[in-house]
Design a protein around this ligand. Structure first.
Ligand code: GTR
Length: 430
């Protein structure tokens, strides 16, 4: 671990592998009754529903049926055939959600999101697509003056009433390195993204500004198993997929979902629940996401539940100080993706997420993939060296990139190799 990473360690947390207290890894292939899961059919009909229920109860909360059945309206705000120097077709779509009957949504609740879509101009359509939420507003993902900037949330000043504000012009393209949109387009992939704050501001005490309030009353959200913001962001990903599956430019049977860090947790949960996502590219989703919480290395349940209580079901806080006993864990979350293509990415400098835990979690999920006769990284054996991806030609791949908690071109290059290998290279125009 680089000295700079060590210098960034939050004090009071464990970083030493040698000091991990003995723990029992939850077994994806053991039913709550103790019975072994021995077939793919049994996985699908018995273990998968059992696990989804556990994640609803103890971590993400239950997404209300009214939200799953939401009435949504789509409006194409702008369409451009010659975006990004003629390399892309760009669409900007507004998705608006009707509130559930009987829920008195506050006037502040989020009603819509703006989806930004780029489709390669020089490819045979329909195109495979990668979908992921963004942190900085749509205009941050690539330097393109044609993007309608989304208003972004920041912590309101003392006494001021909270409202999102247009981003400064300097924010245009600021996360272009993280998104690599020209690279994706050049490889024949379409990409779609939306600003996560359109659905819920990532700030404490702001639930009335959340799309959750269209389907749940304020009192509903206090219930132990109520959905949190991560579930709302995951829900939004599924609503985008509803729309994208109807778009003739998009191959709705080849849609990968991706997310980084907290948005990786949201993407993990979206893909776990919604099997229409045909692949998951999970970047450093860490604790509450792809890593193994019971190792107790890096971030804890207490840190998550105290810093971001609104991300989770209220019940989650019950597990503070009991990281080794929580009934759900990263290996179970990743198992829920089987047998769909799954790429798990860590960064060596991201000790807070416990990269080695992320690898062990991947290996545990591999046992479930093998029930489906899917090829995977080896479920046994040591972790690969830094910058040595494993399983690229299989259904379940992993790498530990050098460098910090981030999404880099290197990550995308591996993701595209992995998708090419699983789905076949997208065809170019003659
Ligand atoms: C941190 C949080 C992590 C991760 C990260 C991020 O503060 O502790 O679990 O979600 O934020 O989203 O960058």
């Amino acid at each position: 671990v680089a000295a700079s990473a060590v210098a960034q360690r939050k004090p009071g947390y464990l970083y030493d592998e040698e000091k991990i207290a003995p723990y029992t890894l939850l077994d994806p292939l053991s039913l709550a009754s103790g019975q072994r899961v021995t077939s793919a059919a049994q996985w699908n009909t018995e273990r998968r529903p059992e696990l989804l229920h556990l994640f609803e109860q103890d971590e993400f909360g239950v997404t209300p049926t009214a939200a799953k059945n939401a009435v949504m309206h789509a409006r194409v705000l702008k369409h451009n055939e010659h975006a990004l120097g003629g390399t892309a077709i760009r669409e900007q779509i507004e998705l608006t959600f009707d509130p559930a009957p009987g829920v008195a949504a506050p006037p502040t609740a989020a009603h819509s999101l703006r989806l930004l879509l780029y489709v390669p101009a020089n490819a045979h359509h329909p195109s495979p697509l990668v979908l992921g939420p963004n942190f900085g507003g749509n205009s941050s993902v690539v330097d393109d003056p044609g993007i309608q900037p989304t208003a972004v949330w920041s912590r309101p000043a003392q006494g001021a009433s909270p409202a999102p504000a247009p981003p400064p012009s300097s924010a245009r393209g600021k996360d272009a390195e993280r998104w690599q949109i020209p690279l994706l387009l050049s490889r024949g992939y379409a990409i779609a993204t939306f600003y996560y704050g359109d659905l819920e501001p990532d700030l404490p005490g702001m639930a009335e500004y959340s799309v959750r309030r269209l389907y749940s009353t304020a009192a509903d959200l206090e219930q132990p198993h109520a959905w949190g913001a991560l579930a709302a962001w995951a829900w939004g990903l599924s609503r985008c997929l509803d729309y994208l599956q109807l778009d003739p430019l998009i191959d709705g049977s080849h849609v990968a979902v991706t997310g980084h860090s907290r948005l990786g947790k949201a993407a993990d949960w979206a893909a776990a629940q919604d099997t229409r996502f045909s692949a998951l590219l999970s970047t450093e989703s860490g604790h509450g996401g792809q890593t193994i919480q019971r190792r107790g290395l890096g971030e804890t349940v207490a840190h998550l539940a105290d810093s971001f209580p609104y991300w989770f079901a209220p019940e989650y806080a019950r597990w503070k100080g009991h990281d080794a006993e929580i009934p759900v864990d990263g290996n179970l979350l990743l198992s829920l993706i089987a047998p769909r293509p799954l790429y798990v990415a860590s960064a060596a400098g991201d000790e807070w997420s416990d990269p080695h835990g992320e690898f062990l979690s991947t290996q545990s999920a591999a046992r479930v993939y093998r029930l489906f006769d899917a090829t995977t990284v080896s479920p046994d054996g040591p972790a690969p060296a830094v910058d040595q991806p494993v399983g690229l030609e299989t259904h379940l791949a992993y790498h530990d990139r050098s460098g910090p908690h981030d999404v880099r071109r290197y990550d995308w290059e591996q993701y595209l190799r992995f998708l090419d290998s699983n789905w076949g290279k997208p065809a170019e125009m003659p």
